[in-house]
Design a protein around this ligand. Structure first.
Ligand code: CIR
Length: 256
């Protein structure tokens, strides 16, 4: 059960963030409207939303997920792989301190982005990517063991155009992972039922299971129907402006 979320709206210089999408510049007003609908959806799913102030020193700071890994009992401050994003962690810490007594941190030379961490009940998949290195992944794995969780490492560095692990797969609950073709047969997923995302719908693999509902990006009818036919109550959200900055649904919040 998720009861809370932390978000941060995009700042006026959102378009100056990092991106490799090649989809053009985002429209700030549209992004703010999409962000507001995103927050309203979290509330509709039963989460109390804390919105931190926009942070114009860090144009990617709206992607709060990358700054921490949060669970129901503890949090881990990350050390983002992109040097330009490292300063985002400082202002997340006080927000987390209001809710968590135990806050761990990833230390140099480790780097880790929250987008590379996929929790599936008691198990955590840790992506090794352009942003999360082996040192960061191993630090998190050790912390998780101490906290009573299991984890496995998934190297995505050879999967083309994959910024983070959760761009490639996410947990939809009920023992199921929604994955792009390139990772659907990965050894690490052998204990899960894999829902394969159709070619051309890869962006939709990043979805959110929030209590009784599943939130997906709008415009991906095959996955939408597939999830509905499995009995999920699906909400679709237009994510166009965040996609232009390589962002997707999970990136915009920390949920616990
Ligand atoms: C970045 O390149 O860091 C941002 N423009 C996008 C981050 C997306 N975050 C995520 O998938 N968790």
């Amino acid at each position: 059960m998720f009861t809370r979320a932390i978000v941060r709206p995009p700042a006026s210089n959102f378009a100056q963030g990092l991106t490799s999408a090649g989809l053009g510049l985002p429209d700030l007003e549209k992004a703010l409207a999409q962000h507001a609908r995103y927050c309203a959806t979290l509330e509709r799913c039963g989460l109390a939303v804390t919105a931190l102030p926009a942070e114009s020193d860090f144009p990617d700071a709206t992607f709060v997920e990358d700054t921490a890994v949060v669970t129901s009992t503890f949090a881990v401050l990350t050390r983002p792989g992109a040097p330009a994003r490292r300063g985002e962690v400082a202002s997340i810490e006080p927000a987390l301190a209001e809710h968590f007594e135990r806050i761990h941190a990833i230390a140099a030379p480790g780097t880790l982005d929250g987008g590379d961490i996929c929790q599936a009940d008691n198990h955590f998949f840790i992506g090794i990517s352009e942003r999360t290195n082996e040192a960061g992944a191993n630090q998190l794995a050790q912390l998780l063991t101490r906290e009573g969780h299991t984890s496995s490492l998934v190297d995505i560095r050879r999967v083309p155009n994959m910024l983070h692990l959760k761009s490639a797969f996410t947990f939809v609950g009920d023992g199921r992972i929604v994955a792009i073709e390139a990772l659907a047969d990965h050894e690490a997923l052998k204990n899960h039922e894999v829902i394969r995302v159709a070619r051309g719908e890869g962006y939709a693999a990043n979805l959110l299971r929030l209590n009784d509902r599943v939130v997906i990006a709008a415009g991906f009818p095959a996955l939408h129907e597939q999830l509905q036919s499995l009995g999920y109550d699906v909400i679709a959200l237009d994510m166009s402006e965040f996609r232009k900055m390589d962002g997707a649904l999970t990136c915009l919040s920390l949920r616990f």
